[in-house]
Design a protein around this ligand. Structure first.
Ligand code: LMR
Length: 393
């Protein structure tokens, strides 16, 4: 049977880390997979998470299954984080899921089940895994214009023009904040226009939010999502704790549905649970238990806020530093967009040959799109990176 299978090429993002690990160059720099790193290149367990681990170790007395819908403290804490008071409605429900990807997959399967004619519109470009993930769920996928790489700015007019032609069979996949891969977010005005178009045209927003707190702060990063939520009759939100809680390997996420009334919301909940039952049966407990403990404890929440702010301000500082270092080298290209953009990623906007030279000559690894992980930069390697980029330009 297996003779029909062919060996697949490495994953476009995960393959970069593997290639970099094998590179013997002592100066190598991994700007690939979106993982936060400190100045010394480590991804430590957050202090708030470590305290929650200690509490959980002392209190957990069973490994019996948790409720299929998930940990109640996690679900209410995350809902509050995402939507504040707005989340207190019987039109809204959430299911714990294995990471952002697991959440997106449940959402995608539910779309395929409720509307086989649906078309999902993803930004061009979007996170490399959105496309295979949604196609695997059987969804029809199209792109909407989003980012002009040559000029490092949004294609706002083309995007709105596309949305203005959509209808009730269309789902628009939006990045809640810190757009992956470009770092270029919708402005507050554009969020308003997208929300109004969703109401007018009847398409369903599907928000992927994996970086809340990494852009400006926890509140501002969800202002657009909250505006859409307040206006539309139906919406799907996939959220992840991989980055902002640093829980990557614990696969901690949540898929949420807003529908027209309590009965339809219960239909979403039961169908999402049935889809999950058919894939992984019950959600993993550990990461969500930790988040639940943090979010229901004022002191742990405060500590987490401080750590999140530190990660966010470090990345914003690195953005400024990289732009300054490139300018110091007299590069012609205007890189100031990097400073304006949000979160973990920006496109350098260089071509494939330049990306390959950076990898082959200087062991600087980034995605094939020229996406860089800002957190992979440090005070120690920034001059090395700026020299190499100036050289290939
Ligand atoms: C990324 O975009 O690099 C991260 O979200 C990690 C992943 O799973 O791709």
């Amino acid at each position: 049977m297996f003779e029909s299978l062919e060996i697949l090429p490495p994953d476009p993002l995960l393959g970069i880390a593997a290639a970099c690990r094998q590179d013997p160059n002592p100066n190598k720099v991994d700007l690939g997979v979106g993982v936060y790193k400190t100045e010394d290149g480590k991804t430590p367990i957050l202090k708030a998470v470590q305290k929650a681990i200690d509490n959980l170790t002392a209190s957990e007395d069973s490994k019996v299954y948790i409720a299929p819908q998930g940990n109640a403290d996690f679900l209410s804490g995350m809902t509050n984080l995402l939507l504040g008071e707005q989340g207190n409605t019987d039109r809204f429900v959430s299911i714990q899921a294995p990471g952002g990807t697991g959440s997106l997959r449940i959402g995608s399967e539910l779309i395929a089940k409720s509307n086989p004619n649906a078309t999902v519109w993803a930004s061009d470009p979007t996170w490399a895994n959105h496309v295979p993930l949604m196609k695997s769920a059987g969804l029809n996928l199209k792109n909407y214009p989003y980012y002009d790489t040559a000029n490092s700015k949004l294609k706002a007019d083309e995007m709105l023009e596309t949305f203005s032609k959509l209808g009730k069979d269309d789902i628009v996949l939006l990045h809640g904040c810190c757009h992956n891969p470009t770092g270029e977010d919708l402005t507050p005005e554009l969020w308003t226009q997208v929300a109004d178009l969703a109401v007018e045209r009847g398409f369903t927003p599907f928000v992927d939010i994996a970086y809340q707190g990494f852009g400006k702060n926890l509140e501002e990063d969800v202002a657009g999502v909250r505006e859409v939520f307040a206006k539309v009759p139906e919406m799907i939100i996939a959220s992840s704790c991989s980055k902002n809680f640093g829980l990557y390997r614990e696969r901690t996420g949540m898929i949420s549905f807003l529908s027209e009334n309590a009965e339809k919301t219960e239909a979403c909940r039961t169908n999402a649970l049935s889809i999950a039952r058919g894939i992984y049966s019950m959600p993993p407990s550990y990461g969500a238990a930790l988040v639940g403990l943090i979010l229901k404890d004022a002191e742990l929440t405060k500590l987490w806020h401080e750590e999140l702010e530190e990660m966010c301000s470090r990345m914003n500082g690195l953005r400024t530093l990289l732009v300054n270092k490139l300018n110091e080298r007299g590069v012609e290209k205007d890189f100031s967009f990097i400073e304006r953009q949000n979160g973990m990623f920006s496109f350098l906007g260089i071509n494939k040959e330049q990306i390959d030279r950076l990898r082959n000559e200087d062991a600087i690894y980034m995605a094939g799109s020229s996406r860089i992980n800002i957190a992979g930069i440090s005070n120690t390697n920034v001059d090395y990176i700026a020299d190499a980029v100036a050289k290939v330009l």
